[in-house]
Design a binder for this molecule. Structure first.
Ligand code: PMP
Length: 286
């Protein structure tokens, strides 16, 4: 069935939605995005995504396409019109187009392009993948140096997922100068002797909306957290590991580069954090 999507001020059937071939999102990956999950027909942490979108736009000196209230209204209308109970809302803002290709940014009065669409994902919360846990491979992190900006330059993360798939695994963790940065599309953690370890925020990783919420909830649950660099070997020796992202919440990790963690099944802390996160997020959903 055709979805209703949003393009530059209009709600349209997906087959009628059009963007210029000169759009800089298409030609230069000159664009940022957000993915907000929907549970029970409501948006999870919309505020967090709106704040990060503004930050990404500011860092790239890109104009805001609309106000936060307008953005919320668009999200809600798409969720309602497409009957999404569990799923995702994808949002992309690009620097637009002045009708030609040029490395130089177009003039400041060029309007940004904005596109939103929904993805229906029944069973997103009660995911079989989370019950099984993810098998991870490690690969070198060769992405650019501003991973804190959520740009659509996703070719290498996409290649990383394919490398994992070819190796019979689910995802890849990226390693730079011997230390894990993050997953292809998630933040990475391990747990040893009850302490949760994850890399500190910097330009090297995306400042995950789910990371922030999960660390807050972990602290509230009296769990110990250490934000520091760590290696693959250290994670392999952990009791358990997990990743966080807006679309997969807390995902247990059961194997890293062929080494099983703990019992080789989702660990108790990852499982508990997933439950707490889903519970709390649903209560706060709008
Ligand atoms: N790191 C990367 C590279 C990602 O692509 C994502 C998900 N977009 C995350 C971390 C997790 O961020 P969030 O919790 O905001 O989805």
């Amino acid at each position: 069935m055709s979805r209703t999507v949003y393009v530059n001020g209009e709600y349209l059937p997906e087959e009628d939605a059009k963007i210029s071939i000169f759009d800089r999102g298409f030609l230069m990956a000159d664009a940022v995005y957000e993915v907000t999950s929907v549970l029970d027909g409501k948006l999870i942490d919309f505020e967090g995504h709106a704040v990060r979108l503004k930050r990404s736009l500011d860092e790239l000196e890109m104009a805001e396409p609309c106000t936060k209230d307008e953005l919320l209204a668009i999200h809600r209308k798409l969720v309602a019109d497409n009957g999404i109970v569990e799923g995702l809302v994808y949002l992309q803002v690009t620097r637009g187009s002045d009708g030609d290709r040029d490395f130089v940014f177009p003039s400041e009065d060029t309007p940004p392009s904005i596109v939103l669409f929904t993805q229906n994902k029944p069973g997103l919360a009660d995911s079989p993948a989370a019950k099984k846990g993810a098998k991870i491979i490690s690969i070198e992190d060769i992405r650019w140096g501003r991973r804190d900006i959520k740009t659509v330059q996703l070719l290498y993360p996409s290649m990383g997922k394919m490398m994992a798939k070819k190796a019979g695994c689910d995802d890849a963790w990226l390693v730079e100068d011997g230390h894990v940065t993050e997953g292809t599309s998630n933040n990475a953690y391990f747990v040893k002797d009850g302490v949760i370890v994850t890399r500190p925020l910097s330009n090297d990783i995306l400042h995950g909306i789910t990371r922030k919420a999960v660390l807050r909830m972990a602290a509230e649950a009296q769990l110990k957290i250490e934000e520091r660099l760590f290696t693959i070997e250290e994670a392999q020796g952990a009791d358990e590991a997990f990743t966080t992202s807006a679309s997969a919440f807390v995902m247990p990790v059961v194997e890293i580069d062929g080494v099983a963690l703990g019992e080789g099944t989702p660990g108790p802390i990852a499982t508990r954090l997933r439950e707490i996160y889903l519970d709390e997020s649903l209560k706060a959903a709008i």
